[in-house]
Write a protein that binds this ligand. Structure first.
Ligand code: PXG
Length: 292
């Protein structure tokens, strides 16, 4: 039996016993929210920012998280401690809770809070050195008038369809456009491009999640004496970019060297991307909320 300890609604369980009801609306309808958080060097990275987004996601879907912000922070830190995490990945999930087979959440008496502290590696190390091949997918990002892409909800089918389409095309990640044909984001990361030394990223309203790593990267870019221009980008802008990279808590910062068969820049990770990656790594090693 695994020794990992998983938090569910006030108690820690061994992995084999960490179960929720089949009547939980998180399962039945994808009704819930989550966060994917990193721990580096014994500290939880951007914890406050992730918790702020979790509570904002909850508010947006009219879900009352049954525990306070401070308790939530304690649960994350305690989960890391119990699982001896120094470098890891924390998945916080809040579901609508147990209801009946009707969609209405009225019958769900109490949301469930789950915290899993484990590890994650989305891409093998070689992709951070050589860069990713990505494609744009037929599946478009949902619009702001649909399920807002700003909500980190348990409804990931839009992203998963794009991910599958990318995998079928032999790519490691997928770029989703919005209904107007502008670049929104990737299936699980935000996207940045560099052209003639200038750095661009799609605005949130183009259909991107307000990524923690995106924000952190923009702050790093400021410390480099540069700024990130948030503007609509087309596939053409990607094809002719000098450098492209993706940002996400899972992926961290990963270079892209091929988009829809077009080689980006010189076909290897660019110098500015490399600089940002190094600065990001430094930040992850030196900041965050201490676990121990
Ligand atoms: N867009 C989407 C749709 C995401 O799911 C990001 C952007 C980047 O946001 P952050 O805040 O992480 O910088 C995400 C995050 C996984 C995995 O299991 C996915 C994410 C994070 C961690 C793990 O593939 N997506």
């Amino acid at each position: 039996m695994s020794t990992s300890k998983i938090y569910i609604d006030g108690k820690f369980y061994d992995q084999a016993d960490a179960k929720i009801s089949v009547f939980d609306h998180g399962l039945l309808y994808g009704d819930g929210i989550f966060e994917g958080i990193r721990a580096y060097n014994g500290r939880v990275f951007l914890l406050k920012e992730h918790l702020d987004r979790l509570y904002d996601s909850a508010k947006a879907i009219l879900l009352q998280i049954p525990i306070s912000y401070d308790e939530m922070q304690k649960i994350v830190l305690e989960s890391c401690k119990l699982n001896n995490i120094r470098d890891g990945y924390i998945r916080l999930v809040v579901t609508r809770g147990v209801g009946d087979l009707g969609m209405s959440p009225d019958k769900c008496s109490k949301p469930s809070v789950i915290c899993i502290a484990a590890t994650i590696q989305l891409y093998p190390e070689e992709f951070y050195v050589k860069g990713l091949k990505v494609v744009t997918t037929p599946t478009q990002r949902m619009g702001n008038a649909m399920l807002s892409p700003a909500i980190k909800s348990l409804n990931y089918l839009n992203n998963i369809m794009a991910k599958i389409e990318g995998n079928l095309a032999g790519a490691q990640e997928s770029i989703l456009l919005n209904a107007e044909g502008y670049v929104a984001e990737c299936s699980g990361d935000n996207i940045f491009i560099i052209k003639k030394g200038q750095i661009f990223t799609p605005p949130i309203y183009a259909g991107a999640l307000g990524g923690m790593t995106r924000k952190c990267t923009m702050d790093i870019i400021k410390t480099m004496g540069k700024q990130t221009v948030e503007t609509n980008l087309t596939r053409y802008d990607l094809f002719v970019a000098d450098e492209i990279f993706l940002t996400g808590s899972g992926a961290e910062i990963v270079p892209v060297v091929n988009v829809d068969g077009r080689i980006i820049g010189e076909g290897k990770p660019g110098a500015i991307t490399g600089d940002i990656m190094r600065r990001f790594k430094d930040l992850t090693r030196t900041t965050g909320v201490p676990i121990y």
